[in-house]
Design a protein around this ligand. Sequence first.
Ligand SMILES: *Cc1c(COP(=O)(O)O)cnc(C)c1O
Length: 376
Amino acid sequence: MGLHDQYGLTRIINARGTFTPLGVSRSDGRVAAVAAEALGEFFVMAELQDVASGVIAGVTGAEAGAVVHCTSSGLTLSVAAAMTGDSAERVAALPDSTGMPARVVLPAGHAVDYGHPLLQDIRLAGATPVPAGTAAECTVTDLEAALAHPDTACLLLVSSRLVRGADIPLAEAVAAAHRRGVPAVVDGAAQDLRVAELLATGADLVLVSGQKYLGSPTAGLVMGRAGMVRAVRAQEKGIGRAMKASKEAVLGALAALQVRQELDLDVWRRAQEEKAVRFAEKAGALPGLGATLVPDPTGLPFSRVRLAVDPSRAGLDAAALTLALQAGSPQIWVMTEEREGGQGEVHRELVLELVPLTGAEIDVILERLAALLPGN
Ligand SMILES: *Cc1c(COP(=O)(O)O)cnc(C)c1O
């Protein structure tokens, strides 16, 4: 009997991407086997972290790495590291940051809400967020003005489709911080497939989630300059106690990195594209639906499928269709996005990410859509 039957849990098809409230991702069987094996053993945890550092460095080219509980904790611990360095006294004092540099500068549009406000991750370390520019735009000059303060601990940048406003080139922002002698941290939570690009910005620390596209147990991978990574690990004796990585998470993350190394990315990319094209063709042939492929806005190597709904032909609008998909069994969860039309009117559309889904699950979505739209 599966877990859903055993505990009477709701069955779902997750077309929302790496969405935390739905369990984020599926792990490869090899990753699950390693995590299960780890659960039955003891390890010297510091040694495990040393090995993790070597593996992360080998895979990404970063100087060093560490595994923490998740990216959210990685943000708090990176800010803490920028405030304390290697000082055991400072590590023990946090979140009381008296006498430490405690301003964390970030472009205002990077103050995202990924289920909770990112600013809270900063405050949790005892630091004070300092948003620069406006949500619509933050220039390098705006950043420079905010960084020009002796109490600045670090610059924080976010690479996510949640970011608002005009793009700020990350490498230029990092360079602005370095001109002030301030370290830069990049939150690339769902961007593990682009980690090389994020490290190439010159950031001192880059954070990615293990459990998003990498498919590990819940974990945050912190990588970058050896001194900063050491200062992140130093928090284990401070606020990091509540944010530690478990043995199964560390070893599961290493297994996931190995699976990723062995993956033929071109083959994977083509498979994702075929899946999206096939789905879009079939969904787009249904009455009242228009299907198009949309590239990932952050440059991840796959497309999502956007479904525009014509209520006069579909018999219901995008909001009602989203609810109807979720009301069935299994529940089908999709994203909805609002787009402005030419006349300033707002169109709501369904967006589906098919990456973790099986062919059978995609067929269920198509059948459900066909059942909800009028026959012809
Ligand atoms: C998901 C996400 C996080 C948090 O990652 P966790 O590993 O779930 O803690 C942080 N920042 C952004 C932009 C995210 O999308």
